[in-house]
Design a protein. Sequence first.
Length: 166
Amino acid sequence: MSIMDQVKKTLREWYALAADRTGDMAKISVRMYDKYGISREIERQLSELGSYVYHAVDEGRTDFAGDEAFLAAVTRVKELEQDLDAKVTEIEEIRLQRQQRQAAREQAQADDADAYEDTAPLDSPEPEPASAAEWGDDPQPSASVGPDAMQAGGEADGSAADQPRP
């Protein structure tokens, strides 16, 4: 596999991972917003319930537990608390699914790395190192090559080596 193919594959994996995480974060954000809304509604219902109890006691009534308005408010708070618990559970499930996908992705990468290592032949000889001449590192450079050899006109001249550096 060429280096460009590896780069393409890696970039695609990163893009897929970023899209996956963005989607999960959007789902979690929506549920967190819903959770906040439910919490606010619970606070309103409890406030109304407290107001009802206060006014009932102020009027001298102490037996308001059987009153329909009181029971409806209590029932509504209990329903909202169940909705809140459901949202918390949904958020936890999304996070758990994300962790499972991440673990599977890491396992697949580890398997790919193992497979890549397994494909290299064990008995192949090591390549010979390149010689200095192949790399252009001539141990005996000519006198006309290099920054000292350059004249004002840009041409190399063997006499430039004799000139002092500025």
